[in-house]
Design a protein. Structure first.
Length: 188
């Protein structure tokens, strides 16, 4: 069975969707959740599913602790599901199979500081008629890795960033687990 490790910094709704998707499948399982925020709700979600979690500091991400845990776990895929720190190039050298989801149609609205409501507000401010999600491989630059999947949604009727966020969450929860499954199936 393939092993997935999730990294998240917040609520963890994407992490939960991924955990639930793989709970009753034989292809893969989520073996750990990592977070840089001790108060992140994703840690409660992991606990509710009996998945071990690890909390770390930015220094520990770059200097050993996270690498040591990942070397013990030997994940087949690392999934950034609302993880707000840049994934270090030193870890990418050891674990190159890292993917991320971004709540916009990259290359638009990507880069440092463009996450969550910041993205949705920018989309609204620019009067976009559609937005969407981008799932991509992670490289040493924010949101610049090779695209794996994009899905758009019409937002002409949306008047607030919260309405846009709702539509984006629906896309994320539907497609992110499926794309992960496809990646892991190809690498079997």
């Amino acid at each position: 069975m393939k092993k997935i490790v999730l990294f998240a910094s917040g609520n963890g709704s994407n992490a939960e969707a991924i955990i639930r998707y793989f709970e009753n499948q034989s292809l893969a399982t989520v073996v750990a959740v990592f977070s840089n925020k001790p108060e992140a709700k994703v840690l409660d979600r992991a606990k509710n599913h009996n998945i071990p979690s690890f909390v770390f500091t930015k220094t520990q991400l770059n200097e050993g602790f996270v690498l040591e845990k990942l070397e013990l776990l030997q994940p087949d895929l690392i999934v950034l599901a609302g993880f707000l720190l840049q994934f270090p190039p030193s870890l990418l050298k050891v674990f190159p199979n890292v993917i991320n989801i971004h709540p916009a149609l990259l290359p638009k609205y990507g880069g440092k500081g463009m996450y969550g409501m910041h993205v949705h507000q920018a989309v609204l401010d620019n009067k976009e008629q559609e937005t969407g999600i981008t799932i991509h491989y992670v490289n040493e630059h924010y949101d610049e890795g090779e695209f794996i999947f994009q899905k758009s949604v019409n937002i002409e009727a949306c008047n607030t960033p919260e309405e846009i966020a709702h539509k984006i969450h629906e896309l994320e929860h539907q497609f992110f687990p499926e794309v992960i499954s496809g990646i892991l199936s190809q690498n079997s």
